[in-house]
Design a protein around this ligand. Structure first.
Ligand code: ADP
Ligand code: MG
Length: 257
């Protein structure tokens, strides 16, 4: 399929004149700097042990590692859904720790799109309104939210199903709706946690193809996966093991802790 809609365009550093870096557009979208995470459970669990990397506008990267390596913990920290025990997370250059909970929620809503394995769609709402809900924070009127939602649905090839309920769609179509919802606010970065985990092989491949096509339009995407086959086809791989980054294809020789 070919996502195509001129009303919704994603370009890294959209404020820049062609060939000229604009202030604020050249730095990383996301920086994770020396981050640790200890869960104060009984017994305590150290889930992240000093994780550092930066994501630049327009990147498509995998965070890959086996179960228990810390991927979901890292996603929660990158997505400002949780705070690190130590270290710094910066989103668009902003240190998340400097913000109160309300400010963090605003930053998250404006700048991050989430895609989850389980889709998390509202079954009683239309496809269009599921996507329009992704813009609730923005204080935009319903008619305008729906217009932008339709643009996002067009990007994922589902504009024609905007009046359907999620229950009338296949798993792959539901995940496309969830991706449209993540894109609707034109976030700085899309964080996808095992986005093909609930899909059969062929459908998963088509969702990956969609994410690659969106990357081709300039959308910045991180795909969290335990699947080395998925990671292998992405331009950048950050490999996790036991709470550490053990390899980052963008940094061939990471510092050893
Ligand atoms: P992954 O997503 O790679 O499977 P997780 O980030 O879910 O890894 O888990 C990393 C480690 O942290 C595991 O040992 C897990 O058991 C532990 N863990 C995750 N969440 C919690 C929690 N809320 N409380 C205590 N331990 C947790
Ligand atoms: Mg996980």
């Amino acid at each position: 399929m070919t996502p195509r809609n001129e009303a919704v365009t994603f370009t890294a550093g959209a404020e820049a004149e062609p060939g000229l870096p604009a202030a604020g557009s050249v730095g990383p979208v996301l920086e994770v700097d020396g981050v640790t995470k200890i869960y104060h459970s009984q017994p305590p669990v150290t889930a992240l042990r000093g994780v550092s990397f930066a994501v630049r506008p327009g990147e498509l990267a995998a965070i890959v590692g086996p179960s228990g390596s810390g991927k979901t913990t890292l996603l929660h920290l990158m997505g400002t859904l949780d705070r690190p025990s130590s270290g710094v997370v910066r989103l668009a250059g902003i240190d998340v720790a400097a913000l109160d909970d309300r400010e963090v929620a605003q930053l998250r809503a404006a700048r991050i799109g989430f895609v989850f394995q389980q889709f998390f769609l509202a079954e009683h709402e239309t496809v269009l309104d599921n996507v329009a809900d992704g813009l609730l924070y923005a204080g935009i009127r319903l008619a305008e939210r729906r217009r932008q939602a339709l643009d996002a649905l067009d990007l994922v090839g589902l504009a024609a199903r905007s009046g359907a309920r999620p229950t009338q769609l296949s798993g792959g179509q539901r995940q496309r709706v969830a991706i449209a919802r993540a894109l609707a606010g034109q976030p700085d970065i899309v964080l996808a946690d095992e986005p093909t985990g609930n899909l059969d092989q062929a459908t998963g491949q088509s969702i990956l193809g969609l994410l690659e096509a969106l990357h081709g339009r300039g959308v910045t995407i991180m795909i969290i996966t335990h699947d080395q086959g998925i990671a292998a086809r992405l331009p950048r791989r950050i490999e996790m093991l036991d709470g550490r980054v053990v390899a980052d294809s963008a940094q061939p020789r990471p510092e050893q802790p």
